[in-house]
Design a protein around this ligand. Structure first.
Ligand code: ATP
Ligand code: ZN
Length: 210
């Protein structure tokens, strides 16, 4: 039996479950349960917070998982990736107040930037040769400029409407993300065989959608 970790409730949940179902794998879901077993495939599904998924897969608590590249790379676990899944596409962007004069990323030198992704942001700033102060906060990043915590933010964007409603404008794209399938790198031969079967089905689903 292979253990798959997916997000319990959030922006990855619905498409993760849909993909598994499209692979012909049946299971019963209940919003109260933390795990469920498939009735027709050797798969057990664990429902977790997305941030916990890379660590659990790296430690072998789960064998495989579905998570956004933003969380995976932030945690330094990109080596676990086995397949891009094409959903939950979003980007990590820098944004500043709409009324600010902004010419280039060099304008951020010496500024305070609030983010939940300090590692991805630091890597980007290093690449650009910018020295800024990163303030790591776990949520509501987009209000940081209006409460005086930071002059800029670095946050996940898809349509950009959250930025606009907080009086911000997107100025740089830091990282592009989509959902990926990840796997523990020391799976038993039996688990590896189940994963190969699952991957074969995922690839067939993806081909059919093209
Ligand atoms: P959890 O409670 O599990 O920690 P969360 O609040 O951290 O959830 P979500 O907002 O549900 O996370 O986002 C989960 C993932 O979905 C993100 O890490 C990102 O990869 C992707 N994502 C985030 N925002 C969007 C968006 N607006 N459009 C598409 N995908 C997104
Ligand atoms: Zn999360």
């Amino acid at each position: 039996m292979l253990r798959l970790a997916i997000q319990k409730s959030g922006r990855l949940s619905e498409d993760s479950l849909k993909l598994i179902r499209e692979c012909g794998i049946s299971f019963i879901t209940s919003s109260l349960k933390l795990k469920t077993e498939s009735t027709n495939f050797p798969l057990e599904i664990l429902y977790l917070r997305d941030d916990d998924i890379p660590g659990y897969v790296a430690d072998g608590v789960a064998d495989i998982g579905i998570v956004g590249q933003n969380v995976l790379v932030e945690e330094g676990k990109q080596a676990l990736t086995v397949e891009k899944l094409g959903f939950s596409k979003c980007r990590l962007s820098l944004a500043v107040p709409k009324s600010d004069q902004y010419e280039s990323v060099q304008d951020l030198n010496g500024k305070n930037i609030a983010t939940s992704y300090p590692n991805l942001l630091q890597a980007y700033l290093n690449e650009q040769g910018v020295e800024a102060h990163i303030h790591t906060i776990s949520g509501s990043v987009e209000i940081a400029p209006s409460i005086g915590l930071a002059e800029a933010i670095c946050d996940i964007v898809s349509s950009g409407s959250t930025l606009i409603s907080n009086g911000l404008k997107e100025v740089e794209r830091v990282f592009k993300s989509e959902a990926v399938l990840i796997a523990n790198d020391t799976l038993s031969e039996e688990k590896r065989r189940i994963l190969d079967k699952l991957l074969f089905r995922i690839q067939a689903v993806q081909r059919a959608q093209k």
